[in-house]
Design a protein around this ligand. Structure first.
Ligand SMILES: *Cc1c(COP(=O)(O)O)cnc(C)c1O
Length: 538
């Protein structure tokens, strides 16, 4: 028997102590000490490795996490639990805050986000209904209006009318970009298949009855093939079918190809299977290449064909705060709905997506009411949202906007785009590399493409060419893996499809950490060159 553990017993007396507020100085000191441990204990971790190293293999780690029974009695004291997380979990987590971690859309966050997140947990408000959030629901409406205004730039009168009107929905806070995209398509679906004589609407009767009532065989959603896979999930969940989320070609600059969009719409309109095009999605900052689809043209096509226009600006949305680069998102103000992620370029902690609507009554198409909460006409924000209970993320975003100002965010956005452009220049300068997609926003892709392989591609017969490209893929796959495992820096890898070209394994860099500068990016390229020199065969 483990004698050490016997003093830790789950009993009523100790249980009660964890629910009361610290009343005396001693209890306060304990609480502060724990917070100190968290804030500063994690500091060391955030200075160590980058990315996923091979130091501890996943196999070895999983050996340590195989107990599936819960302990009846407490295992550890809180202080030991916290120390355990800091000492044994954090070092094997991924140091996404490092300026050398430039592979993903997850990065450093301002230190005050931890404080704001703690306030959200301490208050534990639930904006699903007014009775569990009160002023926080009112605040949430204000923050939604601020972001709506950033996107749609309507006049004072518009916001005076809608900002605190319980019948209006300028936007909704959701879990992430996936749920935001799902919500947009849910609204588009329900708006088209709305109730009419003899039909109670698609939400009540389902897709089969809806198609029958409106005389369609199926409905589809059109998006660039660089669109995010969450849209396919939405197609599945909404009963549209993910095979009916139809990819449209991208042009040589990775933007949705308008000619292919138009010809697809024409073909679908003439299809023997009667087809309703529910929505066209324009991406403002594609996940892989950071490119922006031609939003004004997509808006016009959607208007002409009475199609819902959704802009997926999960990544690129906050670019609108930049005076220098907001023009890159021109046309977004014509979108019927817009997705923006808080946990991406608003630099919030994980778990914040948002969906915005041009027409403040559009979200009525997804309204639900329940007898005990979310009553009609109330300020209950759960009326028009997929999720029920959720965190008061508006407190974080609203406070961050106060601390940083749009101007502060603009500095971050400008730094990301400027640095990505400088990085592209550096890649162009180095003979070993090929820039594959220049940055429109702050994402770019490139690859190692050694001269002999380049040469073989240009002059060789098809078989030589194929072999050379395969070897180039091998080299890039290997260099990315070895760099990641060395643990000094991290870029990600993806497969780039280009019209008229073979698919290519490429390296992908996302520049969002303000501490990532061109000097660091040069070091990353140096390291890749070095790895290549040691493994020239791939
Ligand atoms: C990240 C992203 C999403 C999905 O967002 P999650 O928050 O990861 O669910 C959707 N679309 C685009 C363009 C994205 O970059």
């Amino acid at each position: 028997m483990n004698t050490e553990k016997t003093e830790l017993i789950a009993n009523w007396e100790t249980l009660q102590r964890i629910f009361i507020r610290p009343e005396n100085d001693a209890a306060r000191t304990v609480l502060v000490k724990y917070m100190e441990q968290i804030l500063f204990g994690l500091h060391d971790f955030l200075k160590a490795h980058v990315g996923i190293t091979r130091e501890a293999s996943l196999e070895a780690l999983s050996e340590q996490f195989k107990e599936s029974r819960m302990g009846w009695h407490p295992d550890k004291k809180l202080a030991d639990v916290i120390r355990g997380v800091i000492e044994t979990i954090a070092p094997h987590a991924v140091n996404v805050a490092s300026p050398y971690f430039v592979g993903h859309m997850t990065s450093a966050i301002p230190f005050f986000m931890v404080h704001l997140q703690t306030i959200v947990a301490a208050l534990n408000q639930n904006p699903v209904k007014l009775e569990t959030s009160k002023v926080v629901s009112i605040l949430e409406r204000q923050i939604l209006a601020k972001i709506h205004r950033m996107i749609y730039r309507r006049d004072d009168g518009f916001y005076d009318t809608h900002i605190q009107n319980p019948d209006s929905t300028l936007g909704v806070f959701v879990a992430d970009g996936t749920v935001a995209n799902l919500t947009a398509l849910w609204v588009a679906r329900n708006t088209f298949f709305s109730p009419k004589e003899g039909f109670e609407g698609v939400e009540a009767e389902g897709m089969a009855a809806a198609c029958q009532a409106f005389g369609y065989d199926r409905c589809v959603i059109l998006v660039s093939r660089l669109g995010h896979y969450s849209l396919r999930k939405a197609g599945g969940v909404l009963g549209i079918g993910n095979a009916n989320v139809i990819p449209i070609d991208a042009d040589s600059q990775n933007r949705l190809d308008l000619r292919h969009l138009k010809s697809t719409i024409r073909a679908l309109n003439g299809d023997a299977r009667k087809t309703k095009i529910l929505a066209v999605v324009g991406v403002a900052g594609t996940t892989e290449t950071g490119t922006v689809d031609p939003l004004p043209e997509i808006a016009r096509i959607c208007r002409d064909n009475a199609i819902h226009f959704h802009a997926d600006a999960a990544w690129g949305g906050p670019t609108l705060m930049s005076r220098k680069y907001s023009g890159l998102l021109k046309g977004i103000e014509q979108a019927d709905s817009v997705t923006i992620d808080g946990h991406k370029q608003f630099y919030m902690p994980m778990g914040c997506g948002m969906i915005y609507f041009r027409d403040p009554h559009m979200a009525d198409a997804i309204a639900y009411h329940a007898a005990y909460v979310i009553r009609p006409g109330s300020v209950d924000l759960g009326i028009r949202s997929l999720e029920g209970s959720r965190a008061a993320n508006s407190l974080i975003l609203g406070s961050a906007l106060e601390v940083m100002g749009a101007g502060g965010y603009a500095l971050l956005i400008d730094h990301g785009i400027d640095t990505a452009r400088a990085f592209a220049e550096e890649i162009r300068r180095r003979p070993l590399f090929e820039l594959m997609s220049p940055p429109r926003l702050n994402i770019l892709t490139y690859r190692l493409f050694p001269e002999p392989l380049r040469h073989a591609c240009e002059t060789g017969d098809p078989r030589t060419r194929k072999a050379a490209l395969e070897q180039a893929d091998q080299i890039n796959i290997l260099v990315q893996r070895l760099q990641r495992e060395a643990g000094n820096s991290f870029v990600s890898r993806t497969t780039l499809k280009r019209p008229g070209h073979e698919d290519a394994a490429v390296l992908r860099a996302v520049i969002m950490n303000p501490l990532t500068d061109i000097r660091i990016l040069r070091e990353i390229l140096d390291e890749q060159e070095e790895i290549y020199r040691n493994h020239p065969e791939g």
